[in-house]
Design a protein around this ligand. Structure first.
Ligand SMILES: N[C@@H](CCC(=O)N[C@@H](CS)C(=O)NCC(=O)O)C(=O)O
Length: 207
């Protein structure tokens, strides 16, 4: 597979894809290019009209945006069946769980966007709305910890990317620590299968 992944080391959506590539054994065949979203390169802009990361560009498949779509494409590239069950009902159930995990990233991103606005424009109501969604989502997933299970797939990889980023950007809320089931699950999978960020990932400047 000859591919280019545009991203950064901190984006949770990019980390979801990067971890997936490492788990599927596809990372070494991929070139990673760092993106500065404030001054995006012509090559990155040409690849995506949305100007969001991640973007995966392959010679035959073209440019693919959206982390979930990219992960499911990579699973098929790797032979299929590693990120989602093949049976229809089980696949749909797992996709639904993965969507809740992804919703944590969306809610966390909404909270961060609000907090980055200049103080006079910041809305406590909007921030509280995002935080409440994060808390409800995390409560739900803590209750579902046995259903989530200990193995890497679309749902669990997304949850790792979400929780690690929530701890990076929203540490002051102590959201994971407040839910011992989630904290314990994260620690266990980090010791078991979560790969380290590869040296040099996204270090290449934009082309
Ligand atoms: N649904 C997209 C969301 C991607 C996304 O929002 N990425 C952020 C970085 S973490 C981004 O590019 N933000 C810049 C912007 O939206 O202008 C996905 O899953 O890939």
């Amino acid at each position: 597979m000859s591919a280019t992944l545009y991203g950064t080391t901190t984006s949770p959506y990019v980390n979801k894809v990067r971890i997936t590539m490492q788990i599927l054994g596809l990372w070494d065949a991929c070139r990673s290019i760092g993106v500065d979203l404030n001054t995006p390169s012509p090559a990155f802009c040409a690849a995506t009209p949305l100007r969001q990361i991640p973007v995966l560009v392959e010679a035959d498949a073209g440019a693919i945006t959206d982390s979930t779509i990219i992960c499911l494409h990579l699973d098929r590239r790797a032979g299929g069946g590693q990120l989602l069950p093949k049976a229809e009902a089980a696949r749909t159930r797992r996709l639904a769980l993965a969507a809740v995990c992804n919703g944590l990233i969306d809610a966390g991103a909404g909270l961060r966007r609000e907090m980055l606005r200049p103080a006079p424009y910041r809305s406590a109501t909007v921030a509280a709305h995002h935080l409440a969604r994060l808390e409800r989502g995390m409560d739900h997933l803590a209750d579902q910890i046995d259903a989530l299970g200990p193995d890497p797939d679309l749902a669990t990889i997304t949850l790792v990317a979400a929780l690690e980023w929530i701890e990076l950007r929203h540490a002051s809320h102590g959201l994971t620590q407040a839910r011992p089931a989630l904290a314990g699950w994260l620690e266990a999978v980090q010791h078991s299968w979560v790969p380290a960020l590869p040296a040099g990932a996204f270090a290449t400047a934009q082309d």
